[in-house]
Design a protein around this ligand. Structure first.
Ligand SMILES: O=C(O)CCC(=O)C(=O)O
Length: 282
């Protein structure tokens, strides 16, 4: 088991709404498909996000239907039984959240990672693992396995830690190098038969891949205010929460503006309420 920590404090890289990446980091992101950045948001900035996070994760936002769900269990699971709480598209439901401090700083970082085009927010989600929920797992997957095919797949998915995250509470884990595999691995709905080609995402949103015996997992623990970034092809997921505290994270994914337009034209908004015939568009 490998644990990757980045000892570099990021504080000195912040200037206004900028967080400066080094050229090595930009290259590393291209090569290995992930980055860990420390001290991206200050405690004062984090405290502007906390109340919104609590509002959504405690199920207080009306009208979300499947956008408020447990990502580790079938739709329809009652909130009291949730393990891995997911609130999709928070700033769609509460536009006051648009252009929040995390959006502004992550946009600055995304622009540095993607000088070839225009990076924009494709979707976002609040994720929380309840305390002592061993099954609050995020099954290993590649993000591209969840999305319809588009010409340009470039993606940078930011995950801002609202609580310290570590092995005990189920931090992000990745398989470095998997981002360079030529073919996307096969994905199947959680609970479906291995190697089944049937795509049925009506019962549960979660997809799973079959791991290879050669896959070497590395864990990415981060402190509150720090973040991880991963690309669309890296195999990743996270384990259950065996600690007695919550793990909370705020995910924002950037893609090329044109890719977002292409997705929307297919009716895909990353909402779990989208009416998508996956058998036609996968
Ligand atoms: O942070 C996690 O537990 C996993 C999130 C994830 O898989 C993703 O953002 O693509």
């Amino acid at each position: 088991m490998k644990k990757i920590t980045n000892p570099d404090s990021g504080k000195h890289r912040r200037g206004g709404l900028q967080y400066l990446l080094t050229s090595e980091e930009i290259q590393r992101y291209r090569d290995v498909g992930y980055l860990v950045l420390n001290d991206v948001l200050t405690e004062e900035e984090m405290s502007t996000i906390d109340p919104w996070f609590e509002h959504f994760i405690m199920g207080k936002q009306p009208g979300m239907e499947r956008d408020f769900c447990d990502m580790s269990q079938p739709y329809g699971t009652p909130f009291e039984e949730f393990q891995l709480v997911n609130a999709m598209l928070p700033s769609h439901y509460r536009p006051e959240l648009k252009n929040n401090i995390f959006h502004q700083i992550s946009q600055n970082i995304a622009d540095q990672l993607y000088p070839e085009g225009k990076a924009a927010i494709d979707y976002e989600q609040f994720l929380a693992k309840k305390p002592s929920k061993e099954k609050a797992e995020f099954a290993m997957h590649q993000d591209l396995g969840y999305w319809p095919k588009t010409k340009n797949t470039w993606t940078a998915t930011f995950s801002l830690a609202l609580t310290d995250s570590d092995l005990e509470n189920g931090c992000l884990q990745v398989v470095p190098g998997s981002n360079k595999e030529e073919k996307l691995r096969g994905h199947r709905p959680k609970g479906a038969v291995a190697h089944s080609s049937e795509v049925n995402r009506e019962d549960s949103h979660t997809l799973v891949i079959d791991m290879k015996p050669t896959d070497e997992i590395v864990y990415l623990p981060v402190k509150r205010g720090s973040l991880t970034i991963h690309d669309e092809r890296i195999v990743h997921g996270s384990g259950g929460n065996t600690s007695n505290g919550w793990r909370k994270t705020y995910v924002v994914a950037y893609r090329d503006e044109k890719t977002i337009k292409e997705e929307r034209a297919m009716g895909f908004t990353h909402s779990h309420n989208d009416k998508i015939n996956w058998n036609e568009i996968v």
